[in-house]
Design a protein around this ligand. Structure first.
Ligand SMILES: [Zn+2]
Length: 503
């Protein structure tokens, strides 16, 4: 049997236009053999879809991985323009040097921007296609918060999006990419239909366990079969603010163009008819704080988890707004753990004071919209110092290594706060908290700067009804009408409520 040469390339950043530019030193770039080693490692730094892809390719038959580059940035603001353009051009040159190739796998978030280019993902796809030529299978996986451009659709054969939010199926989507690639090696020619629906849903409305988005995805999956190869319903990332933002339906059929087009239109009509279900209510800050005070006084009541939505690190939040911390402190809430707060200066101050000492802590927060950006608290106990590297112990990312830089756990009155120094973290692993002496099961209120990805990890400690989505101000507030958008096409629901549309 022929040994297939398949190149691996990746670009990963979710860009929030309100967050600071992500400079080159914040990207992690893996090249060559480091990609292969990591994809087959038991504690990878790489994305889970890469692991799934390698595992399935190994099952499908003899192949040679041609690892080019993975440029991984997580979530933040727009990427440093020159750096990304340089990386994309380099990927193009290296792919070209490896031709002829049998296929390419692109692992991609799909919501990157730079200050000068609103669609670097599309540029990557186009570069890949130009390098390898027409007729070479190109398959990609994207986050379901990707903004899909026509350039991406035209350059790839099949774009496969995650199906779950919180994201739990990256590994399976990587496997699916490998399986589709092999079908194409055996002669299958996919045909894709795609429609952009003018709905820019707030991210809080996108959980897939239930709700409108879950219903749409479930319907799409029920249509898979001999004719329909893949249905990807990609909600997009509103905060990127691009001219392609919107809910995007992609249907790939095996050969049958009409089947793809018919199903794509049907799903688009369905989505539009349920648009009102994407409107979403949040809990006002005062009510969330009152709830925290209440459960602090009553050990018998179930604990609460407050999701600080205005500073959602997973959507580019800086991880250091202070509204919720200040309000909880001033209301004298007890049994509170804030995990986490990003503040390199504060970690240095706590480290030089040492464990057991009492300091005056200056919290350096985000000065969003000209608000007060620091908060000074006296008599803060330095409870624990941690070097910063830890492994995720549970949930879909279990085994992954995280390095948030030196960290400290501080305590003042009823509040414990985990402070990181190298980067903000989306949620602290429960085992990490236990290491620092926090009994997770006895926390009364846990504050996370995260929208939903904590759920798979913290659902054994908190009832779903006690996971409260708090309406805090900030760069990642899901109340989209509060932001000043420049590029999102208008009208788009729910920014505009009164208009009609047909696919
Ligand atoms: Zn996502």
């Amino acid at each position: 049997m022929k040994i297939r040469k398949v190149a691996i390339v990746g670009l990963f950043l979710e860009s929030n236009r309100y967050a600071a530019v992500v400079e080159r030193n914040r990207f992690r770039v893996l090249r060559g053999d480091a990609i292969v080693e990591d994809a087959r490692s038991s504690s990878p730094k790489l994305l889970k879809e890469g692991q799934g892809f390698f595992a399935q390719m190994d099952i499908e038959g003899d192949w040679e991985a041609i690892p080019i580059a993975l440029v991984l940035g997580g979530a933040g603001g727009p990427a440093e323009h020159d750096f990304i353009i340089h990386e994309i051009e380099k990927i193009g040159r290296e792919l070209k040097a490896q031709t002829p190739l049998d296929g390419v796998y692109i692992l991609n978030h799909g919501a990157m921007t730079t200050p000068e280019e609103e669609d670097p993902d599309g540029l990557l796809y186009e570069t890949v296609r130009l390098a390898v030529g027409a007729g070479v299978p190109v398959v990609s996986t994207v986050d379901l918060h990707a903004n899909i451009s026509q350039r991406m659709v035209d350059s790839a054969d099949v774009i496969i999006s995650y199906l779950t939010d919180p994201h739990a199926d990256q590994y399976d989507r990587g496997k699916e990419a490998a399986a589709i690639l092999h079908e194409m090696f055996n002669g299958m020619c996919p045909t894709v239909s795609n429609i952009r629906i003018p709905i820019v849903p707030p991210n809080v409305s996108l959980l897939t366990a239930n709700g409108p988005y879950g219903d749409l995805i479930d319907y799409g999956q029920s249509q898979l079969g001999a004719e329909i190869l893949n249905v990807s319903i990609v909600a997009g990332f509103a905060y990127s603010d691009t001219s392609v933002n919107g809910l995007h339906v992609l249907v790939a059929a095996r050969e049958n163009e009409l089947a793809a087009a018919t199903l794509c239109k049907r799903i688009a009509e369905m989505a539009w008819s349920m648009r009102e279900r994407f409107l979403w209510g949040l809990v006002p800050l005062e009510n969330a704080v009152a709830k925290a005070v209440e459960v602090g006084h009553d050990d018998k009541s179930p604990p609460v988890l407050l999701a600080d939505l205005g500073d959602n690190v997973g959507a580019g939040g800086p991880g250091n707004t202070l509204w919720l911390t200040k309000a909880l402190h001033q209301a004298k809430a007890t049994g509170v753990v804030i995990g986490s707060f990003f503040d390199p200066e504060l970690v240095i101050a706590a480290t030089s004071a040492g464990v057991g000492s009492s300091i005056q802590a200056k919290f350096n927060g985000d000065g969003w919209e000209g608000t007060e950006s620091t908060y000074v608290v006296d008599n803060v106990l330095v409870q624990y110092l941690h070097p910063g590297e830890f492994y995720i112990s549970t949930g879909p990312l279990s085994g992954m290594r995280v390095n948030a830089g030196p960290m400290c756990l501080l305590r003042f009155e009823g509040i414990q706060i985990l402070v990181t120094s190298r980067r903000p973290i989306v949620w602290p692993d429960p085992e990490l908290l236990e290491t620092m002496g926090i009994n997770v099961a006895s926390i009364r209120t846990l504050v996370l700067k995260c929208r939903s990805n904590y759920r798979a990890v913290y659902n054994k400690y908190f009832d779903p009804e006690m996971m409260i989505e708090v309406d805090t101000p900030g760069r990642t507030s899901p109340v989209l009408s509060r932001h000043d958008w420049k590029r999102i096409p208008r009208p788009s629901y729910p920014l505009d409520l009164d208009f009609d549309w047909q696919p």
